[in-house]
Ligand binder design. Structure first.
Ligand SMILES: *Cc1c(COP(=O)(O)O)cnc(C)c1O
Length: 363
């Protein structure tokens, strides 16, 4: 038998979340963001499930080509653009949409001789100061692009720094975008998950949700359940050993946990080399044998230890959910002082991805 850890992907939940995004932004087309191996969920599994998505957005050109070879015909956007002039030709051949955000990109476009014209996402910086041209340059840039023989069409884009932070999180950036782009009649794409949910004005021609598709909440003060989202990934494993502790016995590296009384401890085949956060402290919730319990002691590379004292039915082989249907990934993220994005992306290659359409059991 193989090591009993799996990332179980619920494709029904994934579809549900996609349609939830659609129902919130019914007039927008959706770039389903599948970067970072679909936030750790497996890009092939996710793309096959969302086969009718309006478009896919990701980073690596190799992954985009893979989707084309699998037969996906919808627009595919390279969110970080291309990294050399030669890649422009590859992007054109495969019909990819390329985000541009530096003058160097424009030079490459002007000098390129492409077999087909390219679709361009023109990224405007409205205050996040990461990628994008100063928004105020947009009119000149568009004129420039429209005179390039190999530009098929242009979509205007920006990205918000604080869409997850309540009332006025995006207004200043949104105003700057609107002011700068006034008079241009081009499709617009600005919303990530948080913005799509919280700011109706940002549901433009296109939206680009990632996190919400995977069933986690982009907001610190709202749960995925409250947002009507369903968890897509369950990280599950099994108990591979049991230890009986006396009061005063320690568990794991550093002996950071000392048993206050006699305890029964389960050793789970899941550690930080699987992507489970090493910083998850004692008390981080887990689900075992149909009940909630918690981590005790430090997470090590290949194992974690959990309290079974109050769960007599838990035994060798009992299933453990580290996050998923019963324990929300957001809750684990808060406990480990990170965000669910990071937990999802950290799932390592040694964790096999399994697809399920069953809603009752994890395996
Ligand atoms: C990752 C990413 C998104 C998706 O963000 P979520 O918060 O996961 O919805 C959208 N736009 C850009 C530019 C991104 O890099």
């Amino acid at each position: 038998m193989t090591r009993p850890i799996f990332a179980v992907i619920d494709s029904v939940a994934l579809k549900h979340n996609y349609w939830k995004a659609k129902s919130i932004a019914p007039k927008s087309r959706i770039w389903a963001v599948v970067k970072a191996n679909a936030y750790g969920h497996g890009i092939e599994t996710v793309a096959r499930t969302l086969y009718d998505a309006d478009g896919f957005a990701l980073l690596e050109i190799e992954q985009a080509i893979k989707l084309r070879r699998l037969g996906f015909k919808q627009p595919i956007m390279l969110l970080e653009g291309v990294f050399s002039p030669a890649e422009l030709e590859v992007a054109a051949q495969y019909g990819l949409t390329v985000v541009i955000y530096t003058h160097q990109h424009i030079e490459w476009l002007q000098q390129a001789k492409l077999t087909k014209p390219l679709s361009i996402g023109l990224k405007l910086n409205t205050g996040m100061n990461r990628l994008g041209f100063p928004a105020e340059l947009v009119h000149g840039l568009v004129r420039h692009l429209e005179s390039c023989p190999y530009v098929a069409d242009v979509m205007l884009m920006t990205h918000f720094a604080n869409a997850d932070e309540g009332k006025n999180g995006i207004n200043w950036q949104y105003q700057r975008f609107c002011k700068a782009t006034r008079g241009l009649n081009l499709p617009v794409c600005m919303a990530n998950s948080a913005s799509l949910i919280a700011y109706p004005d940002t549901r433009q021609d296109w939206v680009r949700p990632g996190l919400m598709l995977y069933g986690a909440s982009p907001f610190p003060n709202m749960t995925a359940v409250q947002l009507g989202l369903q968890p897509v990934m369950s990280l599950v494993s099994r108990i591979i050993a049991i230890q009986l502790l006396n009061a005063g016995d320690g568990v794991g590296y550093g002996t950071t946990f000392l048993a206050p009384q006699a305890m029964r401890i389960g050793v789970v085949a899941c550690g930080y080399a699987d992507g489970y956060p090493r910083h998850a402290p004692t008390g981080t919730p887990v689900w075992v044998a149909g009940q909630r319990s918690q981590l005790v002691g430090r997470v090590s590379m290949d194992m974690a230890t959990i309290d079974l004292s109050h769960i007599p039915q838990a035994d060798l082989g009992s299933e453990v959910e580290l996050w998923g249907r019963h324990i929300s990934i957001d809750e684990v993220a808060i406990s480990a002082e990170t965000v669910s994005y990071e937990l999802m992306c950290a799932i390592s290659e040694r964790v096999p991805i399994r697809e399920t359409t069953l809603s009752a059991c994890a395996f």
